[in-house]
Write a protein that binds this ligand. Structure first.
Ligand SMILES: Nc1ncnc2c1ncn2[C@@H]1O[C@H](COP(=O)(O)OP(=O)(O)O)[C@@H](O)[C@H]1O
Ligand SMILES: CC(=O)OP(=O)(O)O
Ligand SMILES: [Mg+2]
Length: 402
């Protein structure tokens, strides 16, 4: 994968619902880790595509698979780890993982051991599209290199300081005390965005900001001075916006109807809401925004309309939680790459003082608002892997030296 003299290296793994992202960093011991190579396998479940690049951006590997049910997150992960192990060998000193759900007990990055793994396993039903893949990666690394330090970084962690009113579900108190509360996700991405905003604007960290992580999974986060105060995902990553295959916010009565009137089993409803709904369900053709934007069918158009409508609707709610809006950030696959979606969302948020610079938006500039816009609108490419590397390096430094 690269030329190397012996060095200490950290591998970061980020298993999303439709992708497997990875990055290798040199760990100099003092400074921030520096990127050696990175890549992603996207479109898992459809026609997976692997692309890996070195730090300069030169392509190291480019491979496509045709649709095949035997090619899963797990088989791709196994091949990937074998390849990385062959190339990196003993230089690898730690692996950092994105773990989507940390539940009530885990928020700060933590060394993975057997009790933590068991606790995280118990959370799989709350994140069925992610947690099993995240933990499969931990186990696969353990099998390959049992003594290696593995660090879990939680997608829920960034939201742990939210005010209680933002996390409470209006259910009987006893259920809340058992852990039925809103957690929020995409926290590693939002933590990265908050750091970038603090670098751009050290005084206010962006002020009252809505960050829109629009990928296959999608959510909004209301941040005040870089701290999460509200978010659209909740107890699970099913809540909030319309997503690739997930329904987002849904009247709970609809779930009861499916169970009681349509006679569906709980498993069938789970599959419907997580894997057959969202953009895929409404368009009837694809969960992939690129495909929908390129499609002429009315149903694809309606899926995009609903996606945009829900983003604007829920942004209005988060602006209320913030008591106003100073900046808006687009990030993740759709947020970073789809000017048409950004323009349509911004247009619906004109009442909040959002005005786009059309050319800047088309170019994908870092600031895409017009000079007179009351709200500064930015595109900040997220980097969950780098955030994981930072946390993994921090924990490495706390490890006792052999
Ligand atoms: N150039 C593009 N235009 C529109 N959508 C894009 C573009 N590139 C990627 N996307 C969309 O981004 C989504 C995947 O986002 P990503 O953040 O990579 O996913 P994941 O949630 O799996 O990490 C898909 O819907 C894909 O179609
Ligand atoms: C939490 C979540 O939905 O993650 P992703 O966007 O990677 O699917
Ligand atoms: Mg993602």
């Amino acid at each position: 994968m690269r030329d190397s003299a012996a060095m200490a290296e950290i591998l970061c793994l980020n298993a999303g619902s439709s992708s497997l992202k990875f990055a290798l960093y040199a760990e100099p011991g003092t400074d921030e880790p520096s990127l050696l190579a990175s890549g992603k396998i996207e479109n898992i479940g459809l026609e997976p595509h692997l692309i890996a690049r070195d730090a300069k951006g030169d392509v190291l590997a480019d491979r496509r698979w045709t649709k095949d049910v035997t090619i899963t997150h797990e088989t791709l992960l196994k091949d990937l780890l074998r390849e990385i192990e062959a190339s990196v060998g003993e230089d690898l000193i730690a692996v950092g993982h994105r773990i989507v759900h940390g539940g009530a007990d885990y928020s700060a990055p933590a060394r993975v051991d057997a009790p933590l793994l068991a606790a995280l396993e118990a959370l799989c039903p709350l994140a069925p599209l992610h947690q099993p893949h995240n933990l499969a990666a931990v186990r696969a690394v353990s099998r390959l290199r049992p003594a290696l330090l593995q660090v879990a970084c939680f997608d829920t962690g960034f939201h742990h300081g939210q005010p209680p009113v933002a996390t409470r579900l209006a259910l009987p108190r006893a259920l809340g005390e058992e852990g039925m509360r809103r957690y929020g996700f995409h926290g590693i991405s939002y933590e990265y965005i908050a750091r970038q905003l603090r670098l751009i604007d050290p005084d206010t960290g962006g002020g009252r900001t809505i960050a829109a992580h629009l990928g296959n999974g999608a959510s909004l986060c209301a941040m005040d001075g870089g701290r999460s105060i509200d978010t659209t995902m909740g107890f699970t990553a099913l809540d909030g916006l319309v997503m690739g295959t997930r329904c987002g916010a849904l009247d709970p009565g609809a779930v009861l109807y499916l169970l009681q009137q349509r006679g569906m089993t709980a498993r069938e409803v789970e599959h419907l809401l997580y894997s057959e709904s969202g953009l895929l369900g409404v368009s009837g053709t694809s969960s992939d925004m690129r495909a929908l934007l390129g499609s002429e069918t009315p149903a694809a158009g309606e899926a995009i309309d609903l996606f945009v409508w829900q983003i604007a609707r829920q942004a209005g709610a988060l602006a209320s939680s913030l008591g106003g809006l100073d900046s808006f950030v687009f990030t993740a696959g759709i947020g970073e790459n789809a000017p048409e979606i950004r323009a349509r969302v911004a247009d619906r948020l004109r009442w909040l003082g959002v005005a786009l610079d059309t050319d800047a938006n088309l170019r994908g500039a870092s600031v895409i608002s017009a000079p007179f816009s009351r709200v500064t609108v930015r595109i900040i490419p997220t980097d969950e892997e780098w955030m994981i590397a930072i946390h993994t390096a921090d924990l490495l430094r706390e490890e006792p030296k052999p």
